[in-house]
Design a protein around this ligand. Structure first.
Ligand SMILES: Nc1ncnc2c1ncn2[C@@H]1O[C@H](COP(=O)(O)OP(=O)(O)OP(=O)(O)O)[C@@H](O)[C@H]1O
Ligand SMILES: [Mg+2]
Length: 429
């Protein structure tokens, strides 16, 4: 039976549809990059869809599990030094066979690590659903995450996030990092590119391509898979020295900075202490800066010793006390009472004046009194306007929390404006 779904978004299509009503993609789906698997390619029980991303060692696709009728994400091992045959199998370029085999084994280990973590129910990672070794390559099938990486999200905003949102994100991330460490694994590639923001506002840590067991990473040796990312990697990682929990702590501190600042200062180089956000004009509590400063110390011993310790410090960054409730405006019934007194007094005055002037005819005076009474009768409207314009008592942080970010993504995510961000470099690695 023909596959009657849009290969871009995997939603069902009615026969004869030329544009997908769900995602607007043309039907049939446009091709992927020339050397990627084409949309519609069958990989056992999975149908390959749109290419999501291409990295140095893999290509990521949206896919569909025909048995479970679920959208999946498939990451294919496809390093830069490989090519694809007509039957879509993958082979190394001439002379690259040993390297290909080494990196393939590393890719398969990433899948194993990730599925071991999924099996042990480490929350907030993309669960591995399946692993395939075929076509001369290897494939990891993961739950499909609907959203975007934080890096992409911040670029779309063109500024950082309010510190409260950044803190909430980092609490989730460090909670996950802490449980990964407890399982004896270092991530070693924590960056805004590898933190995924879902539509519901929750976050997931992805990309375990550089992960190592603590044992391997702690030993000073090249046995640890060489990996470092500009800006995010601490000196011991760049220099391929002994690594430990502090290595992930450093990268997390850099994430905290970039989440609020939206970029890095032009004159800052990784390994130098990051300037305080407050000194750059960002409105953050002093403790937020202090956590970044401690996490990003060049010497590992000066950082938080564990992810759990950094998590506690993050949780201790207090939200400001709720704004005092605005001074209550006079209640409408007070105005009504005043109005009635004024109206009554007006009548009494009119009566007294009328009595005093009885017998004489003063038409102009009568006219002016009625105008006076009319002007008094406008008072209640004014009071209503005042009541409505009075600001509602602040509900404090709720306005800044992540669920508010995520009604839709990315174009229609609400644009949360940080307090007057200064212009920073937006260099990327
Ligand atoms: N489970 C998932 N669901 C949806 N999209 C995903 C998922 N995992 C990864 N992605 C997307 O694919 C992109 C690349 O994934 P990942 O970070 O794992 O690989 P990479 O950095 O390109 O890989 P490598 O470093 O191996 O070349 C991510 O930035 C994200 O946009
Ligand atoms: Mg990545």
């Amino acid at each position: 039976m023909a596959f009657s779904r849009c290969l871009a978004c995997m939603e069902k299509l009615s026969p004869g549809t030329s544009v997908c009503p769900s995602c607007g993609s043309p039907v049939p789906c446009p091709p992927n990059s020339p050397d990627s698997l084409p949309p519609g390619f069958v990989l056992e029980k999975y149908i390959i869809g749109r290419e999501i991303s291409r990295g140095g060692s893999s290509i990521t696709y949206r896919a569909f599990d025909r048995q479970l009728e679920t959208v999946r994400c498939i990451k294919e091992f496809y390093p830069l030094f490989s090519r694809r045959r007509r039957d879509m199998s993958v082979y190394p370029m001439p002379g690259e066979e040993p390297r290909f085999q080494r990196e393939l084994a590393h890719f398969q280990r990433e899948a194993q690590l990730l599925s071991a973590l999924s099996d042990r129910h480490v929350a907030r990672i993309a669960d591995v659903c399946d692993k395939l070794d075929m076509n001369g390559s290897s494939y990891v099938v993961m739950e499909y995450l609907d959203g975007s990486t934080l890096d992409t999200y911040i670029r779309s905003l063109k500024h950082g996030l309010p510190w409260e949102s950044a803190r909430d994100i980092m609490v989730s991330v460090m909670d996950t990092v802490s449980s990964i460490h407890q399982q004896g694994i270092l991530h070693r590639d924590i960056s805004l590119n590898n933190i995924f923001l879902l539509r519901d506002g929750s976050v997931r840590l992805i990309d375990f391509g550089s992960a190592e067991t603590m044992d391997t990473a702690q030993r000073f040796s090249e046995a640890a898979w060489p990996s470092s990312k500009k800006f995010y990697s601490p000196p011991e990682q760049v220099l391929c020295r002994s690594q430990g929990p502090g290595t992930d702590v450093y990268a997390a501190g850099v994430c905290m900075f970039k989440l609020v600042a939206g970029g890095f200062p032009h004159d800052w180089k990784a390994g130098m202490p990051l300037p305080s956000l407050r000194s750059l004009g960002f409105s953050v509590p002093p403790l937020y800066d202090q956590v970044i400063s401690r996490a990003t110390q060049p010497e590992r011993e000066k950082r938080y010793a564990t992810a759990a310790e950094m998590l506690r410090a993050l949780k201790a960054i207090a939200f400001p006390p709720p704004a005092p409730p605005p001074k209550a405006p006079p209640q409408p019934h007070t105005y009504k009472t005043i109005l009635w007194i004024i109206v009554l007094l007006s009548f009494v005055s009119i009566f007294l004046i009328w009595r005093g002037l009885q017998g004489s005819s003063v038409p102009d005076g009568g006219q002016s009194l009625s105008q006076q009474s009319e002007s008094v009768s406008r008072e209640p409207d004014a009071s209503v306007a005042f009541t409505m314009e009075t600001p509602a008592p602040s509900n404090g942080l709720k306005n800044h929390l992540i669920p508010g970010l995520t009604d839709a993504f990315p174009a229609d995510f609400p644009d949360l404006k940080p307090a007057e961000p200064p212009q920073l470099g937006r260099e990327e690695y």
